[in-house]
Write a new protein. Structure first.
Length: 131
């Protein structure tokens, strides 16, 4: 312990962990967030997702134009991924829709299996052995 103080090194307060390139901090709890591939953005916008803006102002804000005159946006991008968000109530409705979709798709096969089992028959053929 005394050697650490003498060498000027600070004691480690957190364990080391690898960097996460897609980590985003200070998220609004009223939204769900997702990284979306740039080629899927149009579909996600139609589904209710919206862009997350950097919200920077002052000297950190993106430039208005580049040398070639194209606009620079404040959308958060990492390589070909764009950060998008959806309001929590809409996300819950979307989740419920997909649960019902899966439930209705699996209901008929389950009922068919139960019916076959209750008639004393078998469902398919099971062969155990080697070829």
């Amino acid at each position: 312990m005394k050697k650490e103080a003498d060498s000027g090194k600070k004691p480690v307060t957190q364990p080391w962990r690898p960097a996460s390139l897609l980590e985003v901090r200070n998220l609004d709890k009223n939204f769900r967030y997702r990284w979306v591939r740039s080629e899927s953005v149009e579909k996600k916008l139609l589904e209710g997702w919206e862009f997350v803006n950097s919200g920077k102002s002052g000297p950190e804000a993106p430039m208005v134009t580049l040398m070639d005159g194209t606009k620079v946006t404040s959308i958060i991008k990492k390589r070909n991924l764009i950060l998008m968000r959806m309001p929590e109530d809409l996300a819950k409705a979307r989740e419920e829709y997909h649960k019902n979709l899966v439930k209705s798709a699996t209901a008929a096969p389950i009922e068919e299996f139960k019916k076959a089992a209750s008639l004393g028959g078998h469902y398919g053929e099971v062969i155990i052995g080697r070829r």
